[in-house]
Design a protein around this ligand. Sequence first.
Ligand SMILES: Cc1cc2nc3c(=O)[nH]c(=O)nc-3n(C[C@H](O)[C@H](O)[C@H](O)COP(=O)(O)OP(=O)(O)OC[C@H]3O[C@@H](n4cnc5c(N)ncnc54)[C@H](O)[C@@H]3O)c2cc1C
Length: 292
Amino acid sequence: MPSLRGRLMANQSLAELTWFRVGGPAQALFMPEDEADLADFLAHLPAEIPVAVVGLGSNLIVRDGGVPGVVIRLGRGFGEVRVEDGSRIRAGTAAPDVKVSRAAQEAAIAGLSFFRGIPGAVGGALRMNGGAYGRETKDALIEARGVDRQGRVRVFSNGDMQYSYRHCGAPDDIIFTQALFQGAPGDAVEIAAEMDKITESREATQPIKSRTGGSTFKNPPGHKAWQLIDAAGCRGLKVGEAQVSQMHCNFLINLGSASAADIETLGETVRRRVKEHSGIDLEWEIKRIGVA
Ligand SMILES: Cc1cc2nc3c(=O)[nH]c(=O)nc-3n(C[C@H](O)[C@H](O)[C@H](O)COP(=O)(O)OP(=O)(O)OC[C@H]3O[C@@H](n4cnc5c(N)ncnc54)[C@H](O)[C@@H]3O)c2cc1C
C-alpha cells in the first residue's frame, strides 16, 4: 500500500497502550494519519484480515497471546476538539474525554462535564456509551462519523447508534473518527466547580492510580454489580497478581505482574461466585480482545 501515510508496524506490544498493562502484541499496529488514510488502508486491506481498534485502553483486556490481524490506534490527526455554533463541540475520537469537558467549560457550555469522570477517549465513549454522574454519551451526542471495514465513511445520528446502558448498536466494524456533541449555555464558574466535584469524588471512590480497567461488569437491572460482588465475599479476592479492588469491588487491579489470564480468570471467578450467591449473571463491561 504505497499510498499509506500513517505508521504500520509489525508485532507491536499493546500492553503499554492499556490501563491494565497486560497482554500480548498486535500482529500489526496501524496508526493512520487522518480519516482519509484510515479509509484508504481499510479499502485495500484484504477482507479476511481481522481488524480491531483500541482507544486509551481504559476498558480493555488484551489477552496474553496477542491480537491476530491489524490493531488500529488513532493518534494526533484525530485529536482536535473545537466549539461550534455556540453550544456544540466537535471532537476527534482520539481526544481524551477530559479534553471535551475542558473545552466545554472554557466556552461556558453545560451538560458535558460528566466526561471529566471518564478516563478514555471519545471513540471509546461512543462505543461504550460511556457515562458518569447521571449522564451518558447518548444524552449529548448529535452524530458520530466513522469508517467501515470496506473503507467507506459513514455518519450515524444519535438514533442510528441504538444506544442503551453501556451498549452501542452501531455495526461492530465501524471505527469512529469524529463526534458532534450538544451542550447548553451555562456558567463557566459553575461548570468548573462541578468538574472539581467530579474529580474529588473519583479520587475518593475509585482506584484511579492503579492498573485497572474501570467497571468490570455492567450493573444488572435493579442491582449494583459492586454490591453483588461484595455480598458474594469477593472483595480483595486474588488470582496470581490480579485482585478485586478493596476500594471499589467492581474494579479489578493488576498488582504488578499479573497476566491477562490472571485478570480474566479472576473476573470469571467473581462471576461464578456471584451466580452461586445471588443467582445473578454478571455481564462483562470490559472488552476483551485477542487470543489466550
Ligand atoms: C479508573 C477508571 C474509571 C472509569 N470510570 C468510568 C465511568 O465513570 N464511566 C464509564 O462509562 N466508564 C468508565 N471507565 C471505563 C472507560 O474509561 C470507558 O469505557 C471509556 O469510554 C473507554 O474509552 P477508551 O478510549 O479507553 O476505550 P478502550 O478501552 O481502548 O476500548 C473500549 C472499547 O471501545 C472500542 N473503541 C475505542 N475507540 C474506538 C473507535 N475510535 N471506534 C470504535 N470503537 C472504539 C474498543 O474497540 C473497545 O471495544 C473507567 C475506567 C477506568 C480505568
